[in-house]
Design a protein around this ligand. Structure first.
Ligand SMILES: [Zn+2]
Length: 179
């Protein structure tokens, strides 16, 4: 959750949609934006529910928009496609979108100032799986080495799973980012 005064944005609301929705008024916030880093169920499961409740736009890359979760009541019909280089403004903040495929074809990372919300591209001491349908090792390495190359070491990394890290730390110890 990212806040700007009373506005808030949720990134990858997976489980616990009802709990998240209860938290919004408890903290006197308004949910204005839902950003999805990719279309896997553990990252999107609550997005449709929260969109219905809040009317907030939900952003997802079109290459990850699939209808296979329809049986769970998740519809992508109202999701807004994002593209590489796009900016999404919210309160006094602006997220910049980077297409970072590899874990899935439509994986994106959202940059907010020096904070990168990268989904399952990069973890502390690891990277996302590429050996699943739609995954590509070559695309993952390209996203890590080329797309992230201009980002400074101080960039804070907020992965889809596990603790936060920085790009500098990962460049030192992460086998796929070293060298
Ligand atoms: Zn995933």
């Amino acid at each position: 959750m990212v806040q700007s005064e009373k506005n808030c944005a949720l990134i990858d609301p997976g489980a616990n949609g009802r709990k998240l929705w209860k938290l919004i008024p408890e903290k006197s916030l308004q949910l204005n934006l839902i950003l999805l880093t990719h279309g896997h169920l553990d990252h999107i499961a609550s997005a449709h529910y929260l969109q219905r409740k809040s009317q907030a736009p939900v952003f997802l890359h079109p290459r990850d928009i699939k209808n296979r979760w329809r049986w769970l009541g998740i519809s992508f019909a109202k999701f807004t496609p994002v593209e590489n280089g796009q900016t999404i403004s919210f309160g006094s903040f602006t997220f910049k979108v980077f297409h970072t495929p590899g874990h899935s074809p439509g994986s994106v990372s959202y940059l907010l100032e020096d904070q990168l919300f990268c989904g399952d591209l990069l973890f502390a001491d690891g990277v996302g799986r590429w050996d699943i349908p739609g995954g590509s090792f070559r695309a993952l390495v390209k996203s890590l080495k080329q797309t992230l190359a201009p980002f400074p070491d101080r960039t804070k990394i907020f992965p889809g799973h596990g603790p936060a890290t920085t790009l500098g730390i990962e460049r030192e110890r992460n086998p796929l980012l070293r060298g």
